[in-house]
Design a protein around this ligand. Structure first.
Ligand code: TYD
Ligand code: MG
Length: 460
């Protein structure tokens, strides 16, 4: 039965995961969140039947993929090498980048510094337009002064209405547009409050549409909820080209910028900064900060060679194995996946002959790095073993390799890169999977190639 043309279809969306629903529900059927479903403004019914679209086809132009000659992707350096790295080599014209992170982590500081560096290199014809919806122009200027930045090429706009932001941007034609933050912007088209899902979705959509029509690179600042997801729907992540997360531990000066989605480069690329009293400083040699320097070897501590994006990284992993008073001993993994730790302990029991079912096991990755790759497996197990035996490992030893369920040690990507990074940082001995070592070895390193967990345990 055809819907009457005047009837408006109501739509609902979950603010947690962005799922669309056609009726309201107290709990999102997709992500299970309570009270997260919001009403979107009504959309007129579509569905015209096949014939109904016939006239519209003239205006759409279908191309053959072969006939499209790709324009060379033009990249501009942001003036901050660590930011360029996470972006995949610089800013792409017409792209939209979302930067998420906790309040106070340094998002505004980073964009202001990048803006100043950019405008210094681009010159005054194509300025950087910084739209501030959270701070007054005076506050931004005060910060710029404190950071010792010249604000010459930065144009400021204190505005939260997206239509007026885009009107200003269209007349300024900036090279870079920063919107700080997307949660404070709103569109006149919708009655809901700024920060609500429908507002965030619609304003972001307008900004994305505008960016795609020109060569301005748009940065959107987004807040992160207590659970660590970007506030507003996940939909925001689907709309933009690149999503960066700004992370850091409370009390630590180090800040990590991680690419979690990038249409123009590698994901999981990591940029490392330190927050100082003169703003963010790049950390060019991050391995140095993730190794806590012990003078004496301590049980349970071991250096692993991991990789973040395209860069090998040396990180210290610490384990503590202790008698447990609990019926269900604890397995706590910080910076690693908990289930992976349980799996590794089972492998250690079955193939290494060491039982941990009456012990609590804690594993921590130093410096607040999150390790997601399996190459950390072997280092975690050897650190646990070292704590269990209360026997320290050599300070000049580093380890990498994936552990399989049958106790085999599997090679991981980019073995030679990892080994070279280790040699650069004064490591003398490495335990690595067989097949990951280049012919002829690596200068200055004694490498033990292992095929099974047993060989690795015998080797330490
Ligand atoms: P900010 O960029 O305002 O964070 P966000 O935009 O992510 O909310 O960062 C503010 C924090 O950074 C604040 O806690 C103070 C600190 N900070 C410094 O330590 N040094 C500095 O030079 C600046 C500008 C900020
Ligand atoms: Mg801010």
């Amino acid at each position: 039965m055809p819907t009457s043309p005047t009837k408006v279809r109501q739509a609902y969306v979950c603010s947690g995961c962005g799922a669309s629903l056609n009726k309201w529900a107290g709990r999102c059927p997709d992500c299970g969140a309570w009270n997260s479903v919001e009403e979107l403004p009504g959309v007129p019914p579509t569905g015209r039947g096949r014939q109904g679209y016939a006239g519209a086809a003239d205006s759409a132009r279908v191309l053959s993929l072969e006939a499209v000659s790709p324009e060379r992707e033009t990249r501009t350096s942001s003036g901050i090498a660590e930011l360029d790295r996470v972006l995949g080599g610089g800013l792409v014209a017409g792209s939209v980048v979302l930067i998420g992170g906790d309040p106070g982590i340094g998002k505004s500081t980073l964009l202001l510094q990048a803006g100043a560096a950019l405008s210094a290199s681009l010159g005054p014809e194509r300025p950087v337009l910084y739209v501030t919806g959270e701070e007054s122009p005076q506050q931004v200027s005060l910060r710029a002064r404190r950071l010792g930045l010249s604000g010459a090429g930065i144009r400021l706009l204190a505005e939260t209405g997206v239509e007026r932001i885009l009107a200003a941007a269209s007349s300024e034609q900036p090279r870079v547009l920063v919107v700080d933050s997307i949660q404070t912007t709103y569109t006149d088209l919708l009655p809901s409050a700024p920060g609500s899902v429908s507002q965030v979705r619609e304003t972001a959509a307008q900004l994305v549409r505008w960016a795609k029509q020109g060569d301005t690179c748009v940065f959107l600042v987004g807040h992160v909820t207590k659970e660590g997801a970007l506030a507003g729907p996940r939909v925001l992540e689907h709309m933009v080209d690149t999503v960066l997360y700004f992370e850091g531990e409370a009390g630590s000066p180090y800040r990590l910028v991680r690419a979690v989605k990038n249409r123009f480069g590698a994901v999981n690329e990591l940029g490392v900064f330190a927050m100082t009293d003169r703003g963010l400083k790049e950390v060019r040699n991050p391995s140095a900060i993730f190794l806590s320097r012990h003078d004496q070897p301590v049980p349970g501590s071991l250096v692993m060679i991991t990789r973040e994006g395209t860069r090998p990284l040396m990180v210290e992993v610490q384990a503590l194995v202790d008698e447990s008073p609990l019926a269900n001993p604890r397995r706590v993994a910080l910076g690693l996946e908990q289930n992976r730790l349980s799996m590794l302990l089972a492998v250690l029991h079955r193939h290494g002959g060491l039982a941990m079912f009456d012990r609590d096991v804690f594993v921590n990755v130093v410096g607040g790095v999150r390790i997601t790759e399996t190459a950390a497996d072997l280092a975690v197990l050897l650190a646990v073993l070292s704590s269990y035996r209360d026997r320290p490992l050599d300070l000049e030893l580093a380890v990498f390799g994936e552990v399989g369920l049958s106790g085999e040690i599997r090679p991981v990507p980019n073995g030679p890169d990892r080994l070279r990074e280790a040699a650069k940082h004064g490591i003398k001995r490495v335990i690595a999977p067989k097949g990951n070592v280049p012919k002829g070895g690596v200068e200055g390193l004694e490498i033990l190639e292992v095929r099974s967990l047993k060989e690795a345990i015998d080797g330490v």
